[in-house]
Design a protein around this ligand. Structure first.
Ligand SMILES: [Cu+2]
Length: 484
């Protein structure tokens, strides 16, 4: 207080206070005026209809400019075994048999009559807490329903936005971890502006007794869930729900809108589409629109609407940019865009060539043979091979051919190399990855395919084979040509 007074004399702070006060009064008047016209609470209801519900990644038709209505929602809780990934299954608890549950689309001012039915085969009671509900528990207590029963409750959609719904039966975390969540969209008066494609994507983290990929029916692991140590982080309930034949699609020139939710139970999603920029993000599913966004945060129990126009064809990868989740735990999907290339926006690769800023001049390479002054054809091939080696192989396999422990295998006295020349040709022409053993040491890395001519492959391999204690194989262009 003392400090403040010294900086701003009393008179000045009084003026400030007065300005703040009048500004506050002014804006609150304006707000009252705006909402009095269209208070959802007193909005008139026209007719009654049953809500169209859709399984992910689809969404129901937009509300357009229909009036507020009485909307009947019928949802069924189903506990069922489904695939988590190849060879791994899980007993999911679901709203309507899918993870996430059916997408609900409504508009502000609708009067919802919600019917929650629990399938007679269920083992447990369940309920639903919709974040779009204004009322205790978001409807949880009112919808609590035992197997073979149906619970009904009503609510009014007071606030437009994209909201998560989930089961809130104890232990809540376990019901959510088993897949009990989905999205409900409350459109504003007049509906959201139309776009070309809309999809429904929801992230969730899963905790299994066995670790990621361990086969068979995997039970839920409570301890891992408490520790937030997820085995799977996925979009739409399983690994591959949005890849391969399940990829979502669009045509060049279209605008895509994604309704993105995060069921959690634990992890926050850093939602990103590789190779696209979100033109618009309805931050946290609310009214605030951010523009030109690379990655948007989708909290557990939260959502976001993202929109972008696709200008070029190709595969655009949807990820949680906590990137090990994408590539090791499943949080990866594909948007496949078809249509005409647009080189003004993106050229694709124009050229690929050698870059060797520290190129060791080939005469610095440590070898024995050339020092012996080989003459004739072999000598010339060795000279060519040596400079090809310096340009294309040395950076990894080193000037001495000794490689680097645990990273690049040796070519000097390599049993792998000497055992099979055709295989060695394949390695250079096609690249190599996966586990191999060289001189008793295991390497599990990636060698890119080397883009050089068949003649150059012959020269460089002849050079290596006739050097560093290898078995002096002569490699010809014809031998290399046979390997495609
Ligand atoms: Cu439940």
């Amino acid at each position: 207080m003392k400090n403040l007074n010294r900086i701003s004399p009393r008179g000045f702070s009084l003026i400030l206070f007065a300005i703040a006060l009048s500004f506050g009064l002014f804006t609150s008047c304006k707000k009252a005026e705006a909402t009095s016209k269209k208070d959802p609470e007193t909005m008139k209801i026209y007719g009654e209809m049953e809500a169209e519900l859709t399984a992910p990644p689809l969404v129901p038709r937009s509300v357009g400019n229909r009036a507020a209505t009485k909307l009947v929602i019928n949802m069924e809780v189903v506990e069922k075994e489904m695939e988590m990934t190849d060879g791994v299954s899980y007993v999911y608890w679901t709203f309507d048999g899918t993870v996430p549950g059916s997408f609900i689309r409504t508009r502000v001012g609708d009067e919802i009559e919600f019917h929650l039915k629990n399938h007679p085969d269920s083992k447990l009671p369940h309920n639903i807490d919709l974040h779009a509900v204004t009322g205790p528990g978001g409807g949880a207590e009112s919808s609590f329903v035992a197997p073979g029963r149906e619970a009904i409750f009503n609510f009014k959609t007071m606030n437009p936005g994209l909201y998560v719904y989930h089961c809130a039966t104890a232990p809540v975390g376990m019901h959510i971890a088993n897949g009990m969540y989905g999205l409900i969209l409350v459109e504003p008066e007049g509906g959201l502006p139309p776009v070309d494609k809309e999809y429904y994507i929801m992230q969730g983290d899963f905790y299994t007794k066995g670790k990621n990929g361990e086969r068979g029916l995997q039970p839920f692991d409570m301890q891992k869930a408490v520790d937030e140590n997820a085995d799977y982080v996925v979009f739409n309930g399983k690994v591959g729900a949005l890849t391969g034949d399940n990829a979502i699609t669009a045509e060049v020139g279209e605008t895509v809108r994604l309704y993105v939710g995060n069921g959690g139970p634990n992890l926050v999603s850093s939602f990103h589409v590789i190779g696209e920029i979100f033109d618009k993000v309805f931050v946290e599913g609310g009214d605030m629109v951010n523009k030109n966004v690379q990655t948007t945060l989708v909290p557990a129990g939260g959502a976001a609407i993202v929109e972008f126009k696709v200008e070029v064809p190709g595969e655009f990868i949807l990820v949680d940019h906590s990137i090990f989740r994408a590539f090791n735990k499943g949080a990866l999907g594909v948007l496949k865009v078809e249509g005409r290339e647009n080189t003004r926006v993106f050229s694709g690769q124009v050229e690929e060539k050698a870059y060797q800023p520290n190129a060791v001049a080939s005469n610095e390479i440590n070898d024995e043979v050339i020092e012996a002054h080989l003459d004739g054809a072999l000598g010339e091939q060795m000279e060519r091979g040596k400079s090809i080696y310096a340009q294309n192989c040395l950076a990894c396999h080193q000037a001495t051919g000794a490689g680097i422990p645990n990273a690049f295998p040796p070519l000097a006295s390599s049993d792998y190399l000497n055992a099979d020349v055709h295989r060695a040709i394949e390695v250079v022409k096609r690249g190599l990855n996966g586990e191999i053993e060289v001189n008793g040491n295991v390497y599990n890395s990636v060698m890119p395919k080397i883009n050089i001519s068949d003649e150059e492959v012959a020269d460089v391999l002849t050079y290596i084979y006739n050097n560093w204690g290898n078995n002096k194989t002569l490699v010809t262009t014809e031998m290399v040509g046979k390997v495609k």
